[in-house]
Design a protein around this ligand. Sequence first.
Ligand SMILES: NC(=O)c1ccc[n+]([C@@H]2O[C@H](COP(=O)([O-])OP(=O)(O)OC[C@H]3O[C@@H](n4cnc5c(N)ncnc54)[C@H](OP(=O)(O)O)[C@@H]3O)[C@@H](O)[C@H]2O)c1
Length: 289
Amino acid sequence: MASNQGTGDSNIKERLANTMVGFLGGGRMAQAMARGFISSGLVRARNIIVSDKSEEMLDQLEGIGVRTTMDNREVVTNSDLVVVAVKPHIVKPVLQEVNQVVSPDKQLFVSIAAGVTIKSMEQDLPEGTRVVRVMPNVPALVQAGASVMSPGTHAALGDAQLVQELLKTIGICEESPETLLDAVTGVSGSGPAYAFAAIESLADGGVKMGLPRGLAIKLAAQTLLGAAKMVLDTGKHPGELKDEVCSPGGTTINAMHVLEKQGFRGTLIDAVEAATLKAKELGAKSAQK
Ligand SMILES: NC(=O)c1ccc[n+]([C@@H]2O[C@H](COP(=O)([O-])OP(=O)(O)OC[C@H]3O[C@@H](n4cnc5c(N)ncnc54)[C@H](OP(=O)(O)O)[C@@H]3O)[C@@H](O)[C@H]2O)c1
């Protein structure tokens, strides 16, 4: 892999073109990421190698043109950037299994495992290994994910930029200190579930008022998508956009009044707090193991 100090966009693209990317675990997230990397043109399919224990997963992966193996060590030996994409409780044994074939000068490790800390990853890898921890979310499966990444102790600026560039192929990617990742889990990690529930409830309202189910779901989903796009595209505060939709004495302000009386905003704030606290608790438990 080229120098990890590069900063320019073209420098990163050039570095990525020469980067062998490995995935430990070839499940849903790994497949979404591999697809994003390939379709962006940043990484060639033949430069990607994936390991998994399930033949079915490996067959699916071969369908997108990447190399596959059942041997985790083979992935690490052949990669410059290794994405750790197994379930969180498997991370430790997998890192211990590959530890002997890691060269801190060669591989950069990128973990997407929820709740697995940078410290515990660094402890399970040889001294000086570069690690970046990422919290993606499920819309990455449709290239509309929201990821946040935190560089580890030995990761260089160029490593963080490289990972960010790759993650942008499956949505947006922001950087934050690791201490904020539990709150990120509360907002964007668990957030798709709140949005799915909101879409379902809006559709139920539509059905109650006489709309066919299919139409109601389509309208509700497109409405959340459109509203989200307006927030992102205009850069306006969501409160300002809400005010613009509420005409005096109109339908929307009446509906907003009902939502306020029922504690809509307070409920969402409580939900984010509950998910964040649970993520903290699970992280503390896994650090004790
Ligand atoms: N899905 C999400 O929305 C999401 C969001 C944020 C973070 N993440 C994180 O992403 C990671 C992967 O999640 P996922 O949804 O992609 O899970 P997944 O679909 O279950 O993929 C994990 C894959 O790893 C395989 N595996 C198990 N043991 C292995 C081993 N020792 N060596 C190599 N491969 C092994 C599994 O095979 P078997 O099925 O045969 O065990 C499975 O195919 C998790 O750590 C999760 O916390 C996921």
